[in-house]
Ligand binder design. Structure first.
Ligand code: ADP
Ligand code: MG
Length: 597
């Protein structure tokens, strides 16, 4: 930048520009509008809040929030849109004891700066005095009028970001935006069970909660009674805080922390510290890569919680955070200790994973229990059958083009720990192969091959019904085209369910509702975070879920089949996630390790 002498280049921005810039912090996306307006309605003491979304194919076109709260007088209604105008605090010290969700006085001004807003409000108990209607576009008041209206407030937001095209460009697909709105609404519904919420999307009801004093009612409404069955109550008090809520039994887990919902003093927040403490409370009850489901309602001394660190208040700063984290860990751990956590034999989680009887018989015939195997526990026998099933599937697929193998010929000499295959190469080396990673690689390449040609699917004998939350439904809908290319036949089945009629051939005869459910869950949670495209993601998940699990002891013959197939892959060296599949030691390497020189 060049500056001419004596020519001032700095000037103060006009108010409209200032407002648009400030709006960028509070109003990131449609979900921010929903959050701010619903929080205002809660602060206004509403008992019933209605959220109506309309959308075209590409974007959300309008958001209307209607409440039966205290409403505003004509004078307040005009002031409400002025930046930093608030009825909730008068001075900074008020923040130490803040009871309301809002206090910055920024939301209405920010929203009005980047959209067209129509406010209709009437103060509770104002009797014959008319209500007020105000229309504002891009921060400029277009109309103010008296109007007959019910008590309470209704705010309609249209054409969001119409005057900030840069922001509009960054919006994600409509389903991603809807998923964000659902995430926020789930948190808000849970933090305010005393309020009833109804969310409509293009006039279809998407989410309803009733007023209740029990958060478990709200949880059941949002996540279904299946989830509730697997929850354990938490309730422990400490000098500085109380921990209440529900956490999952270790049998109900997820791949990420997305369903650890944390509410501090009525505010839905995201806190890696607290999610970490919840998980820590499970100790070794969870596998390394699994996370619990938890709904925690924390009451912490308001003096220890600084809510003013983030424009949207999504994060808070906690004083004495170590103490708080430890209290949460302890509360979770004690809640679990008080429970009998061995899943009942007839629990749905268990029932879902036992294979259909027909299949079992068929395989038992192919693999009669030998004398040696008779002493083996049932689960190991079932494991062998399962592995065989998975392997056979890989082999049934034809069309692998013969490529010169990048690996030498390998003779299997044993296995170790149900995880590693030990082998000897024809070039005189010792190799160690990760069984799961190798099989994953094999499946992955087979799925990719199929992508080029036509996909193959196989019908399920018993279609599998999947129950999904509204948010997950949105993500799943986005994935449907890619899933069908892959060989899944999946349809919406009205209400909250999807029905799976067929799965890719490569997944084998997995007539197993549990596994299919897990595959879809993986895809959904991946899609919310992942960076790779949908097809790649689906391919990886199919490969991972279809592959023989680590810890499954395979017979020598099974190991040999895995190795033979690995040799036929294009890239036999790593699994689709980049972990090595094979490590080799030459005679020289071993000699050096044993100091044989
Ligand atoms: P804040 O919530 O931080 O005070 P907002 O810009 O969100 O700031 O709202 C400004 C003011 O408008 C609020 O302090 C409140 O007095 C009033 N207001 C906003 N929404 C409503 C509503 N739904 N019902 C009643 N009053 C409202
Ligand atoms: Mg507000």
């Amino acid at each position: 930048m060049t500056r001419e002498p004596d020519h001032p280049v700095i000037h103060i921005l006009d108010q409209a520009t200032v407002n648009k810039i400030a709006a960028g912090e509070v109003v990131e996306r449609p979900a921010s509008v929903v959050k701010e307006l619903v929080e205002n309605a809660i602060d206004a003491g509403a008992h019933s809040i209605r959220i109506e979304l309309s959308a075209s194919r590409e974007k959300i076109t309008s958001i209307r929030i209607t409440d039966d709260g205290c409403g505003m007088s004509p004078a307040d209604a005009e002031l409400a849109f002025v930046p930093h105008a608030t009825s909730k605090i008068a001075a900074i010290r008020d923040l130490d004891t803040i009871q309301t969700l809002g206090f910055r006085g920024e939301a209405l001004a920010s929203i009005a700066a980047v959209s067209r807003v129509t406010l209709v409000t009437k103060q509770q108990g104002s009797g014959a005095v008319a209500g007020t209607k105000i229309v504002i576009a891009g921060g400029t008041v277009k109309e103010t009028a008296g109007i007959g209206a019910p008590e309470g407030t209704s705010i309609l937001v249209e054409d969001l970001f119409y005057n900030t095209p840069a922001r509009e460009k960054f919006l994600k697909s409509i389903n991603t935006e809807l998923a964000q709105i659902h995430t926020i609404m789930e948190g808000i519904c849970l933090s305010h069970p005393e309020c009833s919420f109804r969310l409509f999307y293009n006039n279809h009801e998407q989410l309803v909660t009733d007023r209740s004093t029990r958060s478990l009612d709200t949880i059941a409404r949002l996540y279904g009674s299946d989830t509730v069955k697997h929850l354990v109550p938490v309730d422990l008090s400490f000098p500085i805080m109380t921990v209440k809520g529900y956490i999952s039994q270790p049998s109900l887990t997820r791949k990420d922390t997305a369903r650890i919902l944390v509410i501090i003093n009525g505010r839905f927040i995201s806190s890696p510290l607290i999610s970490g403490a919840v998980r820590a409370g499970y100790g070794t009850l969870l596998a390394k890569d699994r996370f619990p489901v938890a709904f925690l309602l924390l009451r912490i001394d308001t003096g220890l919680v600084d809510v003013n660190v983030h424009p949207t208040k999504k994060q808070v700063r906690l004083s004495r955070e170590k103490e708080i984290a430890e209290a949460i860990r302890k509360a979770v751990s004690e809640a679990l200790l008080s429970q009998d956590l061995i899943p009942a034999a007839d629990s749905p989680v268990q029932a879902a994973v036992s294979p259909p009887v027909m299949l079992d018989k068929q395989l038992a015939y192919t693999y009669p229990i030998t004398e040696a195997a008779a002493g083996v526990s049932e689960s190991t026998h079932a494991g062998t059958i399962d592995s065989d099933q998975r392997l056979r599937q890989t082999e049934l697929l034809t069309g692998i083009p013969p490529v010169p193998s990048k690996l030498p010929a390998i003779e299997v000499i044993g296995e170790f720990g149900g995880i590693y295959i030990l082998g000897r190469t024809d070039t005189g080396e010792l190799v160690i192969i990760d069984q799961h990673a190798a099989h994953e690689r094999i499946l992955y390449e087979q799925v990719l091959l199929r992508l080029k040609g036509e996909h193959q699917s196989q019908e399920l004998i018993w279609p599998v019904i999947l129950h999904r939350t509204p948010k997950e439904r949105s993500i799943l809908k986005d994935l449907l085209p890619a899933l069908s290319l892959e060989g899944f036949v999946l349809e919406e089945f009205g209400g909250e369910t999807f029905i799976v009629r067929a799965i890719p051939v490569v997944l084998g005869r997995m007539e197993d509702a549990g596994i299919i459910d897990e595959i879809i869950s993986d895809l959904i949670s991946d899609a919310a975070t992942g960076t790779v495209n949908n097809r790649e993601r689906i391919t990886r998940v199919i490969a991972c879920r279809g592959a023989i699990k680590a810890g499954t002891v395979c017979s020598r013959e099974q190991c040999q089949r895995i190795v033979n197939h690995l040799r036929l892959t294009q890239n036999p060296y790593t699994c689709p996630h980049g972990r090595p599949t094979i490590i080799r030691f030459s005679r020289g390497d071993l000699d050096a390790m044993f100091k044989r020189t």
